[in-house]
Design a protein around this ligand. Structure first.
Ligand code: GAR
Length: 216
């Protein structure tokens, strides 16, 4: 039996994805120990969610560092004190240096609210609407130095409706994120993921489970 993996979760805001991890762990659907939650913003609501769940928190305010690299060095030091097996970006709105990303290569994951490689960066929901896309979604991927790129673990998609606004889409996408991210983490925790030729395999193969369609 594999031992439970230790995770550090990095957030900047509401932490609704963090809450989904906590709920799935408490329900026994996700085998993972979140040992620390770190925010780069002191007022991130996710810090309260973590405290309520009995998880240690820390805040490294990026404004108190004189460079991106010095912030990342402090972050790495704090994460490495915990001997984390996986570092989870859950709404962490900072670009990370290549040094940071390479240090955690293969154990650093992110969620992005689009069907990557479509719409890296910001305003993904409005961009999908403006383009008249039929489908929109969220992607969970291993992180590489290039922003919002990297081998994709799992994607979830839903159909846009004529009534969708950026705000309604954000809510709909959040609903699917809260199912997808715990799922992806449970695969990681069970050692079911490998990366080959820049593609993520589940149990050694490309799986239909890696693109899921939702009706929400
Ligand atoms: C999520 O929707 C996530 O996809 C997005 O931030 C939100 C955080 O929500 N991430 C990015 O845009 C990263 N480029 P949460 O704080 O409620 O989990």
């Amino acid at each position: 039996m594999t031992s439970r993996k230790k995770a550090v979760v990095l957030i900047s805001g509401s932490g609704s994805n963090l809450q989904a991890f906590i709920d799935h762990i408490n329900d026994g659907q996700l085998e993972l120990d979140i040992t620390l939650v770190i925010s780069n913003k002191p007022d991130a609501f996710g810090l309260e969610r973590a405290t309520k769940a009995g998880i240690e928190t820390d805040c490294l305010n990026h404004k108190e560092f004189d460079s991106r690299l010095s912030f990342d060095h402090a972050l790495m030091q704090r994460i490495d004190e915990t001997h984390a097996d996986i570092v989870i970006l859950a709404g962490f709105m900072r670009i990370l240096t290549a040094e940071f990303v390479n240090h955690y290569r293969g154990r650093l994951v992110n969620i992005h609210p689009s069907l990557l490689p479509k719409y890296p960066g910001v305003d993904t929901h409005q961009r999908a609407i403006n383009a008249g896309d039929e489908w929109h979604g969220a992607s969970i991927h291993f992180v590489v130095p290039e922003v919002d790129a990297g081998p994709i673990i799992l994607q979830g998609q839903l159909k846009l409706t004529d009534n969708d606004t950026a705000s309604s889409l954000q809510q709909r996408i959040h609903t699917i994120e809260h199912q997808l991210y715990p799922q992806a983490l449970s695969w990681f925790s069970a050692d079911r993921l490998t990366i080959k030729n820049n593609k993520v395999l589940l149990d050694g193969e490309t799986s239909a489970k890696q693109l899921q369609t939702f009706e929400v």
